[in-house]
Design a protein around this ligand. Structure first.
Ligand code: R2B
Ligand code: URA
Length: 288
């Protein structure tokens, strides 16, 4: 196994078949290099519907051959993931990333950039702002991810690719109605108590304590809060995969906890990271 390869697991060499269970793909039943060997950009997101819309959008943007109606979920044999939806939270995205990174390895892909396109809560930003993540930080604002391995805690760095982030920021200035900033993204293990919400089934802190925490987060450079960025950044970094996180804010957490914006407005917000990433890909492919 050479250094450039994305996987970091000597045991993989000893297996004569690798079943990517959650994708319903295997090295024996599928020709992965033929199916995926030319992949240069991977976009993952949490919602299957949003990612299907993105697949159709990018198909149009890149003027790919074939009919929109023929876009097929390559993972249709399983209802766990679709190509490439990761569900919500660290455990869900981390399972997907293990198999995705192995897939890129088995398919012998090179020079891939992976994007997480998502939603988040804004910290002092108006709803609808796109945040490009500089550093993914944990609930204590540390740029690290703690992975329990056997009975030990391994700490992994969560810095993302600085050049890709800067390039995204630069391209955002060319897009109308896509207000964009760069900053730290806090990743939590819970949407309610973990993100300082007062409206969960449980709450043990006061309104003042909530705002104090959000203020501290803001002082630490946190611009938005979501639930996958630290493990995404950590795993991609260890595996030498260039990665970026681009999430739109659905609300300003200094103004509330409930997401009460009308559905049609939220749908438009969710297209903003998609527009930015599509623009980046088109630039990189020389289509613009
Ligand atoms: C953003 O939105 C989801 C929670 O609503 C979670 O997956 C995330 O990171
Ligand atoms: N996703 C989150 O994790 N938090 C929010 O506030 C909104 C979306």
């Amino acid at each position: 196994m050479s250094q450039e390869e994305y996987v970091k697991n000597p045991h993989l060499d000893t297996m004569n078949e690798d079943i990517l269970y959650h994708f319903s793909l295997s090295t024996k039943t599928h020709d992965l290099p033929q199916m995926f060997g030319d992949v240069k950009f991977v976009c993952v997101g949490g919602s299957a519907n949003r990612m299907r819309i993105f697949a159709e959008f990018i198909h149009e943007q890149l003027e790919l051959p074939g009919d929109l109606a023929d876009i097929k979920d390559i993972c249709e044999g399983t209802d766990r993931y679709s190509m490439y939806k990761h569900g919500m939270g660290v455990p869900s995205i981390s399972i997907m990333l293990h198999e995705l990174i192995k897939l890129l390895y088995h398919a012998r892909c090179r020079d891939v950039i992976i994007f997480r396109i998502g939603t988040s809560g804004g910290v002092g930003l108006p709803a609808g702002t796109v945040v490009i993540t500089d550093k993914a930080v944990d609930s204590f604002f540390r740029p690290q991810f703690e992975q329990v391995v056997l009975d030990k805690v391994i700490i992994r760095n969560t810095e993302l690719d600085k050049d890709v982030a800067q390039e995204l920021l630069q391209y955002s200035t060319e897009l109308p109605e896509t207000p964009t900033v760069i900053g730290n993204t806090m990743c939590t293990h819970d949407f309610y108590e973990g993100q300082g919400r007062l409206d969960g089934a449980l709450c043990t802190f006061s309104t003042e304590e909530k705002f104090e925490y959000l203020r501290k987060a803001s002082e630490a450079g946190v611009k938005n809060i979501e639930m996958e960025s630290t493990v995404f950044a950590a795993m991609c970094r260890v595996c030498n995969l260039k990665a970026a996180v681009v999430c739109v804010t659905l609300l300003n957490r200094f103004e509330g906890d409930q997401i009460s914006t009308p559905h049609c407005v939220l749908t438009e917000y969710q297209q903003r990271p998609q527009r930015l990433v599509a623009h980046f890909i088109k630039k990189r492919l020389g289509l613009l």
